[in-house]
Design a protein around this ligand. Structure first.
Ligand SMILES: [Zn+2]
Ligand SMILES: [Zn+2]
Length: 305
């Protein structure tokens, strides 16, 4: 008998961990860089120099991405049957009544082409077209290059981050990566000891990081909310930051609906809707006309008289 058969959830959890870990490793580098908060340093040491220096992180991120995709495919196959993943000849399976027990994890499982073909045969979780297969195959080739080549070209951090978000969105739906990143933070046993609400909204830093690496236009395709139009400081995020004597420069709130009479902004970071007033900002070069209910311009952050 084969014991300890894996479940779909086991694989899905590990697949997500691979992707999230890869994003977190880039995010940590970026966050450390941003801590310098000095334009002179940023001019002398632009972000791309930091990515070049951290090439090993890019290399392991590609490996994690590939591992995540293979694990996801295995999870889908396991839904049909975990036996479909076994490499061993069926006549060698220890499944007859008197055969010795063998734990599933001690057996060889399929990989590479066999895995892809089996996945395609049973998958009804996502829409499979040639583009998807090309993407999966493309990642496999990039991973081979990253592992086997000494000094060969490794994709830029931006490309790898894009591929991770692409895989996550393809497998788990739009914005799922952001929900899971936030959840991952909250599961940290130390989370909330300083201040639960303040710590919760710090997730805006992931959005800032992605804006700086892949750009807002590309980020758009991985979010469920259609981020069109001007961006505003979110009243809720602003409140949480100022409550702790911090400031909020990032703008992740949008008029909902996006028109000139709209009196609500929705924040994709904290998911809150906030009522706003439509008054022209007094600051000369600020074109803002969206204020929070305390009279702070959500474009430039200035308190109105
Ligand atoms: Zn917010
Ligand atoms: Zn203003």
């Amino acid at each position: 008998m084969i014991t300890n058969l894996p479940s779909h959830n086991d694989f899905e959890k590990v697949a997500k961990e691979c992707f999230l870990q890869a994003i977190e490793s880039f995010f940590t580098i970026y966050s450390n860089y941003k801590e310098y908060d000095d334009e002179n340093i940023y001019e002398e040491v632009p972000l791309n120099i930091i990515w070049e220096h951290n090439l090993p992180i890019s290399r392991t991120a590609i490996i994690l991405l590939h591992q995540g995709i293979e694990t996801y495919m295995k999870g889908v196959i396991v839904k049909s049957s975990p036996y479909l993943l076994l490499e061993q000849k069926r006549s060698d399976w220890p499944t007859l009544p008197n055969s010795h027990h063998k734990s599933y994890d001690s057996l060889f499982t399929i990989a590479g082409e066999n895995l892809l073909h089996t996945f395609c045969a049973v998958c009804d979780d996502i829409q499979l077209d040639q583009k998807t297969i090309d993407f999966i195959e493309g990642v496999r080739k990039k991973r081979n290059l990253a592992i086997h080549g000494s000094g060969v070209y490794i994709n830029s951090a931006e490309e790898i981050i894009l591929d991770i978000l692409k895989a996550y969105t393809l497998f788990f739906g739009k914005a799922s990566w952001f929900v899971d990143l936030k959840e991952g933070r909250q599961k940290n046993p130390l989370f909330g000891y300083y201040d639960w609400d303040f710590e919760s909204i710090q997730s805006y830093k992931y959005l800032d990081f992605l804006e700086a690496t892949i750009g807002v236009t590309k980020l758009k395709s991985f979010l469920s909310f259609d981020i069109v139009g001007r961006r505003y400081i979110c009243p809720t995020c602003l409140f949480e930051m100022t409550r702790k004597n911090d400031y909020m420069k990032s703008k992740w709130a949008f008029l909902a609906p996006n028109d000139k009479f709209s009196s609500t902004v929705y924040c994709i970071n904290c998911n809150h809707d906030n009522e706003v007033e439509r008054i022209d900002c007094y600051v000369g070069d600020c074109k803002g006309n969206v204020m929070n209910m305390e009279g702070i311009c959500l474009s430039c952050g200035e308190q109105q008289f």
